[in-house]
Design a protein. Sequence first.
Length: 539
Amino acid sequence: MSDAIYKIPPAVNEPVYSYAPGSPERVALEAELVRQGSEVVEIPCVIGGEHVFTGNTVDVLNPCDHQQVLAKVHMAGPDEVKAAIKASLDAKKTWAAMPWEHRVAIFLKAADLLAGPHRARINAATMLGQAKTAHQSEIDAVAELCDFWRFNASYMQDIYAEQPPVSPAGIWNRLDHRPLDGFVFAVTPFNFSSIVLNLASAPAMVGNTVVLKPSPTSMASVWKLYQILEEAGLPAGVINLVNGHGADVGDIVLADPDLGGIHFTGSTATFQHMWKTVGMNITNYRQYPRLVGETGGKDFILAHASADAKAVAVAILRGAFEFNGQKCSAASRMYVPSNIWGDVKEHVLRELAKFKQGDVRDFSNMVSAVIDERAYKKISNYLAIAHETAEVLAGGGGSMDKGYYIEPTVVQVSDPKHKLMREEIFGPVATVYVYDPEDFDQVLAHVDDHEYALTGAFFAQDRHAIVKASEALRFAAGNFYINDKPTGAVVGQQPFGGGRASGTNDKAGSPLNLLRWISPRTIKENFVPPHDWRYPFLG
C-alpha cells in the first residue's frame, strides 16, 4: 500500500496515421485485412470473466460483400442476462475498493496496447465489419478510443482532487466520490466502436460495474477491443459483455431493482422507450437510475450570404458523405442562400462525381456500403420520396446485389419543412433548401425549429452574422461549428452531445459525463466535538 498521491501522464490526443501508399501502417493494415478476411470468428458473451458460447448465433456480415461471414455472435438468453447482472453486482465491492490509480492503469495500458501492437488488428476489423474506410476507422476505433481512455483518466483525477474549499478550525471537510449504487447498463450503436467501449469504460473507470449490450453488427471490432481490455488486466465481472437484441436483454435489465444507471447511444425512439420503462418501474428500484443518452440527429449546415462557397461545398461533401452519412453528427439538412448556391452546387456536383464507391479494401474508395439490409431499405424509401417530391441533383439510387450500396445523393427541396429536412435518414443523403438572402431571419427560425439539436454548422465571413446566428441557434446544437463541417468532434477539444430529442447532452469525452457516474458523499470530521448542548444565545 503506497501513501503517495499519484499524477497520471498528461493526456494528449492520439496521432492519426495517414495510411498513404507505401507507408508502414498501410502495409501492416493491408496484410491484416487479408488475414481477417480468411477467418470466421466465434464471439462469446463474457460473464464474470467466463467466455459463454450459447450456441444461439447470428452472423456478422461484411457490408461491402454480404456473402462474406466475418463472425458468429453467440446471443444471450434470459439466463445469461441475469447471470451478467449478478456478476456485475458480485464484482462491485472489490472493484470500487481498488485504489483509483490501479483502476485507471488498466485503461491507460489498454490505450497503449490499442495505439501500438493492436492498431492494425482493430482497424481491419472495423473496416470489414462496419464498412469504414481506413481513415474513418483510424479516427474512430483507434484515435478516439485512445483519447477517451486517456482523457477520462485525467478528468477522473481532477474530479477526485475536488474537495471542499473551507474547513474551519477543528473541522475537516472531505468529499468521497463514490460510484453509483447498483450496476450500469450500457447500450451501444453499430457506427462507432469508440462509443461502444467508452459507454462501458467511463462508468467503470470511476468504480462502477457494467452490463454491456453492443449492437451485433459492430461485434467484429468490439470483440477485439474487449480482448484488449482483458489483456490490460480488467478484472472479471467489471464489464460483462452480453450480446443480444434490444428487448431480449433490455426487458430483463430494466426490471432489475439494482439498476443504477443507463449509458446509451442509439435511436431517439429506443431511448424514450427505455426512459418510459424506467419511469413505470421507478418504485421498484433501490435508487433513482441515472439516465444518460445520445440519440438522434438531423444536423444542419447553414450558409450566410457572405459565406465562402467552396468552403460550404467541402463541408457538405465531407459532412454528409463520410462513412456514408451514418454518423449521428452527419450533415443532413442544408440551408444555402441563392447568391452563392450556383457556386456551391457546381463544386459539390463536380467533386461528388469524382468520389469512388466500393469495398473499403480498395483504398481509393471514398464511400462504401451502409451497415445492413435494414438500413439499405430504410434509406431507399427516403430516396423514393426524393424522386417523387423533390429534385434529385446527384445519386438517388443503390444496389445490394453484392453489398449494401447507396449512392451519395444530393436533393433540392422548395419547402424548409419538407420530410427530408425533418426526419433522420442516417444515410448518404444531403437535402438542400435554397433561400433568398433577404429571408435570413426566417431561415434562422426554421433551423432552430427542430426536434433534434445535436450538431450544426454556420458559414459566414460577416462577423455580425456570426454573432447573430450564434445567439439565435444557441439551443439548436450541442456542438456548434463556425466555418467548419458539423462532424469530427475530438475528445479534449469538442466534448460531444446535444439536447432536445438528440439526448441529455452529458458531453462524452469531458468531466461532465464522468460526473454522472459518481454519487458524492460529504464527510465532516469534528476533531474537538462540543461537550455542552447550550448555544451562546441562550445565555
